[in-house]
Design a protein around this ligand. Structure first.
Ligand code: C2E
Ligand code: CA
Ligand code: CA
Length: 641
């Protein structure tokens, strides 16, 4: 007999089975201790209960004439209405916890938020007296006006949940997006089908199918957790940080880097670094909930501390740092090893801002010579920027993101073009255009400066080889050298080799060297300059006037050209003392019979000032900023018109 009652029975019974299955797996997987898990279990419980009440009702309808079935029928309705109207508000809370929002901002808002639910709940509680929500006629269920209010209440919460999800939409993974869409579509389909075909009681079935999808894609953590150690992985970290950020949740991250991880190999004579995660992870789980612990590499852990109280994060960092300092960790429950840990504490929105920053923090090598046990605030700004640049330099070398720019230099006499300085630029896909003052020191530390300077030199040689510069009256192109590099054995032979490969005239290249504290071995540097000149190159002293080095030493280096730093020029415009310094520098260098170039010429009065002093060459924004090769060609073509 396929009447509608059997239909209802079948659908609801299926819903009960589905919910039971979901609950079973939720408990088997042990995903029960998070806020989101608790809301999920509540939802499943309610849907299952509702399905059971409908099953009982379907049995009761044909028998309502009997008092016992009629009572059953009424009790079931009562339970159904009391619980089912809670689903939308719990779905809201569930979606918020999944997306990292713990609660609405402000107590008042929170109270206001549950008000519609509380109101309809009161209506239902008093329904046996008022019959405002539903009533009975001839022992059969009949809707009253109050039921519409429950629909309004549901619509309010569903709308809220959707608006919230829209806000965090971009922070969600594809998988979550699809699951949530699926869930809403399924729930809406249930309501619509039941509204159109009153006899198709599929609402509860559709809801349970929706929750089944949620279990498979959101509650299941297989792809977020390294199952062997039961700690969240990088993917989970990225997801969670993005969620927190999207909902503007206030939180701190505490990163723990073990700097002597190689001790494992020495102590256990195996390279099984998983053992670190086991022992350290077990400890960290005693400090914060396991849901806030992530492992990003074999020696790096991260904890998130979600709290409005900044002290709490600080206290935790302190506690962790002390634990590492004072006690060892037992490996395989036997050997005890002491791990050196650097603990970094960063507040999101203050010290670091994006999930990318968090990954810079965890992926950065710990700077050497750290004495502080906890790095925070300003300690980190430097680190993060440095790491960002480090990555950009490495990426740049691999992906060829470096480009040589040229800035023309001019004869003071007649302001005719004389040459150009080659200046390196880094176009990073993440950081944008990076200037050499930012990345040259990093490249020097990473030991990549040779590669970069060679790259510049090759570009310059290629350019010279093309014959274009000579055709436009360019006598020389200046190439910057790092002092560290100059002092390396075999340096002169190396760069001469490059230039000879291109078969360009060495006198068309001027190397610029900034003598600085780095050049402690003057005798060696002197030798290098001499050899370079012997090979036929020109050599210039860069940035005259910026260092405090020994003048006698500096000028004992046999330079062809001295480049006076822009600060000297700008100083001369400002004060009388500055003017004296410029004037006497120029006079002194002239007496040494060296050519003078002044950098940083930006205005016409500066040219007039330098004209009075009688320097040889000028360089600066007044003529042109450093520009790429194409632009540079336009500049020199214009010069020759
Ligand atoms: P530098 O050798 O003193 O280069 C001159 C710097 O002054 C350039 O900065 C240039 O853009 C800037 N400049 C030129 N004229 C003016 C002006 O009129 N006003 C102002 N405000 N600035 C002006 P840039 O390109 O940022 O280079 C910075 C430093 O990076 C260079 O200082 C140089 O020491 C280093 N560098 C650049 N390219 C290379 C390279 O290929 N190898 C090495 N080792 N160092 C390089
Ligand atoms: Ca220079
Ligand atoms: Ca300079």
């Amino acid at each position: 007999m396929y009447d509608y009652i059997s239909y209802q029975f079948g659908f609801d019974f299926a819903a009960v089975l589905i919910c039971m299955g979901c609950l079973f797996f939720t408990f088997v997987m042990g995903r029960t201790d998070r806020r989101q898990n608790k809301f999920y279990i509540m939802l499943l419980g309610i849907v299952m209960l509702n399905a059971v009440t409908e099953v009982v009702c379907s049995r009761a309808i044909p028998r309502v004439e009997k008092d016992i079935w009629y009572t059953c029928y009424r009790v079931c309705h009562y339970i159904y209405f009391l619980t089912h109207s809670a689903i939308p508000v719990i779905v809201c809370f569930y979606m918020m916890s999944v997306t990292g929002k713990m609660k609405l901002d402000g107590k008042f808002l929170n109270m206001l938020f549950v008000l519609p639910f509380v109101f309809t709940e009161i209506l239902v509680i008093f329904n046996p007296l008022t019959f405002w929500v539903y009533t009975y006629s001839d022992r059969h269920f009949v809707r009253s006006w109050g039921e519409n209010l429950i629909y309004v209440q549901s619509a309010f919460y569903m709308l809220f949940a959707m608006l919230h999800l829209l806000r965090v939409w971009n922070a969600m993974t594809q998988r979550r997006k699809f699951t949530i869409l699926y869930f809403f579509l399924m729930s809406i389909a249930g309501v619509v089908i039941q509204a159109v075909f009153a006899k198709m009681k599929v609402e509860i079935l559709c809801e349970s199918l929706g929750f089944l999808g949620v279990m498979l894609a959101i509650e299941d953590e297989d792809d977020r957790v390294d199952s062997d150690i039961d700690i969240h992985n990088r993917k989970a970290l990225g997801m969670d940080i993005n969620s927190y950020l999207a909902v503007r949740q206030r939180f701190h991250v505490i990163c723990i880097k073990i700097t002597n991880a190689d001790i494992i190999e020495r102590v256990t004579s195996s390279a099984n670094t998983g053992i670190i995660a086991e022992s350290v992870g077990a400890y960290l789980k005693t400090v914060v909930s396991r849901h806030n612990i992530y492992r990003t590499s074999y020696n790096t852990f991260l904890m998130t501390v979600v709290s409005d109280d900044d002290r709490r994060a600080h206290d935790i960092a302190e506690e962790v740092s002390n634990r590492f300092k004072n006690e060892g960790f037992a490996l395989y429950d036997k050997e005890v090893v002491y791990f050196n840990a650097v603990v970094m504490l960063a507040q999101i929105g203050k010290d670091i801002f994006t999930s990318k920053d968090v990954f810079y923090l965890v992926d950065s090598p710990v700077p050497k010579g750290i004495t502080k046990k906890i790095l925070e605030g300003e300690d980190l700004g430097y680190l993060i920027r440095r790491v960002a640049i480090e990555n950009a330099v490495n990426r740049g070398l691999e992906d060829h993101n470096f480009e040589v720019y040229y800035q023309p230099t001019y004869y003071l006499k007649g302001l005719k073009i004389h040459g150009a300085e080659a200046l390196i630029r880094l176009h990073d896909p993440e950081l944008g255009l990076v200037f050499p003052d930012d990345f040259i020191p990093v490249a020097e530390q990473l030991d990549h400066i040779d590669e970069i300077d060679d790259f510049v030199l090759r570009n310059v040689c290629e350019f010279l080889k093309s014959g274009i510069p000579a055709a436009h009256g360019i006598e020389t192109i200046n190439v910057n050298l790092s002092v560290i590099e100059c002092m390396r054995p075999g340096f002169v032979a190396h760069i001469s080799g490059i230039v000879e490969d291109y078969d360009v005239d060495k006198k068309n290249i001027t190397f610029e060297i900034t003598e600085s504290a780095q050049a402690r071995d003057y005798e060696l540097l002197k030798q290098v300059v001499k050899e370079l000149r012997k090979k036929g190159f020109h050599v210039a002293m860069d940035d005259y006037g910026t260092g405090y080095s020994n003048m006698q030493n500096s000028f004992s280096l046999d330079f062809d050209l001295i480049k006076i730093d822009k600060s000297i020029l700008w100083g001369a415009e400002k004060t009388e003392l500055g003017e004296i310094i410029l004037e006497n520098s120029v006079r002194m260098i002239k007496q040494m019979k060296k050519k003078i170039l002044v950098e940083g010429v930006e205005t016409r009065p500066q040219i007039d000032l330098l004209d009075r002093q009688g320097v040889d060459y000028l360089q600066g924004f007044y003529f042109s900023k450093p520009v790429n090769k194409e632009e540079f060609l336009k500049v020199i073509e214009k010069e020759n018109m």
